[in-house]
Write a protein of this length. Structure first.
Length: 367
């Protein structure tokens, strides 16, 4: 295998549209209308179906669709001691100027791993498929950036580095347990570093007394803390996007301002990068990707139903290959289809078509 080569030529980011019956089960369980056992059984049924969907689409990497979570970070926060949820300082927006507020983690006490976070997800999905089962986790910066001016009770932490050292142990324990169970692919979902590519977001950080470049360095080191003890045989990819909520986004701007540091210093195997719209900039920053790291090109949009053209995907892959050896490239949607329970404004048929396209395009481009 080529060093840095992603586990498969066609990948996806992890979250998939929750079917109506699963969304209803979440609502009923929250209202205490169904017991835990029935809720679990309904999740199990939905996961079985979504694993079959991914296999039918020709994917060699599968997830449970994040069907045991309300959002991509909710379960991690719920099962980590010291983390709670409050309002975020950023807003999602779309091309029409519509905005939406959201919530974010807040540190109210010393953090520690209350219980296994993703072990049950891996145990179940890996028992359903012979293909590579991927586990996703929110990045460490998720617990800091969205409230960067007031991210923790000072009685718990008055120093971000100390916080990330403790938080890193949560990831280390989680990854070690996953590896012991047979997991070979872990993905960390990083949004803050992409937001810090956006001049408007950088200006907002500066106006609040923060330093965008110091935050980038802090978050790179936080990822490295999280994965520093990863067992041999575990592949870690970092997914980077600009926000994904009901088709809306948080920021825009290419990777230019962070590329050299982020690609060069983040100690992971590969990066899954958003490239589906001009908001993400061009491929030129990929010149900073070391020769032992791979890139999954997020060329297919999970935000809109319009299906990309195969010829256009081929052309874009050829453009990226000017900067990264084609042997270290793969293809995916730019983000998940449902980072939160509501999902993006696409149908399950759209999702199937786009996942199938990723698999077909990867075969057509790389064989």
């Amino acid at each position: 295998m080529v060093p840095g080569q992603p586990p498969a030529r066609a990948d996806h980011i992890g979250s998939l549209l929750r079917p109506k019956k699963l969304r209803e089960a979440f609502r009923q369980h929250a209202a205490k209308a169904i017991p835990d056992a029935e809720f679990r059984a309904r999740q199990d049924e939905a996961i079985r179906e979504v694993v079959m969907l991914q296999e039918d689409c020709g994917l060699q990497v599968v997830t449970d669709g994040e069907f045991r979570r309300i959002s991509y970070w909710e379960k991690f926060v719920r099962l980590t001691q010291g983390l709670v949820v409050r309002d975020a300082v950023f807003q999602f927006h779309d091309e029409h100027g519509h905005e939406s507020h959201f919530t974010a983690p807040y540190v109210e006490g010393k953090v520690s791993r209350r219980s296994p976070i993703t072990a049950d997800e891996f145990a179940f999905v890996s028992g359903l498929t012979k293909r590579t089962a991927k586990i996703t986790m929110p990045s460490p910066s998720t617990m800091h950036f969205y409230r960067f001016t007031d991210w923790a009770d000072p009685k718990a932490y008055d120093d971000a580095a100390a916080f990330f050292a403790d938080l890193g142990k949560v990831y280390q324990q989680e990854i070690a347990e996953l590896a012991a169970a047979g997991c070979r692919y872990v993905q960390i979902d990083e949004v803050a570093i992409a937001i810090l590519c956006d001049p408007a977001a950088r200006a907002k950080v500066k106006s609040a007394g923060g330093n965008p470049d110091q935050l980038v360095d802090l978050y790179i080191e936080a990822i490295n803390q999280a994965v520093k003890a990863k067992p041999a045989g575990i592949t870690v990819g970092v997914h980077v996007c600009r926000g994904n909520y009901k088709g809306m986004y948080l920021s825009e701007g290419g990777y230019d301002s962070v590329a050299e540091r982020f690609f060069g210093r983040t100690r992971v195997n590969h990066f899954l990068l958003e490239f589906d719209t001009p908001r993400a900039g061009g491929f030129d920053p990929l010149r900073f990707v070391p020769k032992d790291k791979g890139i999954v090109l997020g060329l297919v949009s999970s935000k809109t139903p319009a299906l990309e053209k195969l010829d256009a995907l081929k052309r874009r892959a050829e453009e990226a290959a000017k900067y990264v050896d084609p042997a270290r490239l793969a293809l995916s949607p730019q983000c998940g289809f449902a980072s939160t329970m509501g999902g993006n404004p696409v149908t399950e048929a759209d999702e199937r078509a786009k996942l199938s396209l990723c698999a077909a395009a990867a075969r057509a481009i790389w064989g």
